[in-house]
Design a protein around this ligand. Structure first.
Ligand SMILES: Nc1ncnc2c1ncn2[C@@H]1O[C@H](COP(=O)(O)OP(=O)(O)O)[C@@H](O)[C@H]1O
Ligand SMILES: [Mg+2]
Length: 240
């Protein structure tokens, strides 16, 4: 379902984050897909900056968590969330969650504290402390146990926590949740995570944001050409 229809830039400035081409491109308004919108692009192209601004503008915590969570954060997020406007759909999401693999630890600590009184661990997260699970296990516990119907979910490089098999588990879960009218915005470098078919893929680059087809997306083309002929690829790569 479309909880956030589009993102519009309503302020400007110089330096970070305003100078990023992906941010300047919001001037022309960024339409989100009702099911899944992917952001791809090189390291440093602005994916996390954009995701974080969307999550924070939607009321979520910059380090991760839902809009129901409030925990002390380092003040490291950019001002961009105040410089954008979310064009909302007619319905509000029933729940939401911003999940970044890199700050899952902070979310786990918050969850442990918030649910400290619950016998047997935080039930909403599967009943086991996120700290007592591996990075990938705790990440999946959040997606499988905590995520639910009619949610707005913002994921930053989920593959950083997940095995190849569990990237596929994530895809399956995305499919279930989309069937339950949830909406996703996901930054990824993984050709597997990127594979949900009913989605828009936007490439962040020097020219701003542009839609690309799955088969033309760099995580896919590069991985494909590597796997087609690893020896040849490696020889070319390591030639001096
Ligand atoms: N807090 C910050 N202050 C200044 N520059 C930043 C900050 N965070 C990120 N940047 C810069 O903005 C650019 C985009 O970063 P980021 O959104 O994290 O990229 P991505 O997630 O696509 O790898 C990078 O060049 C990075 O160095
Ligand atoms: Mg990033």
């Amino acid at each position: 379902m479309t909880f956030v229809r589009a993102v519009e830039l309503v302020a400007g400035g110089s330096g970070y984050p305003w100078d990023l081409p992906a941010v300047r491109a919001l001037d022309g308004r960024l339409e989100l897909h009702p099911k899944v919108t992917y952001l791809i692009g090189e390291n440093g192209s602005g994916k996390s900056t954009l995701l974080e601004a969307i999550a924070v503008a939607a009321g979520m915590n910059p380090e991760g968590g839902s809009s129901q969570n409030r925990f002390a954060t380092r003040d490291s997020h950019s001002d961009l969330s105040r410089g954008i406007r979310l064009i909302r759909g007619t319905k509000r999401p029933a729940t939401d969650f911003f999940l970044r693999a890199e700050s899952l630890y902070t979310v786990a600590t918050y969850v442990d504290e918030a649910y400290a009184g619950e016998a047997g661990g935080p039930k909403a997260f599967g009943g086991k402390s996120l700290h007592e699970q591996s990075h990938g296990e705790s990440f999946l516990a959040v997606v499988i146990e905590r995520f639910g119907a009619e949610g707005l979910y913002v994921l930053d490089e989920p593959e950083a926590a997940l095995s190849t098999q569990n990237c596929l588990t994530l895809l399956r879960r995305i499919h279930e949740l989309v069937g339950l009218r949830s909406q996703f915005v996901i930054a990824t470098h993984s050709p597997l995570v990127l594979a949900y078919p009913d989605a828009a893929i936007l490439r962040c680059g020097d020219d701003g944001l542009e839609p690309v087809a799955y088969d033309d997306a760099e995580p896919v083309t590069l991985t494909r050409s590597f796997l087609d002929a690893p020896e040849r690829f490696l020889r070319a790569l390591m030639e001096d």
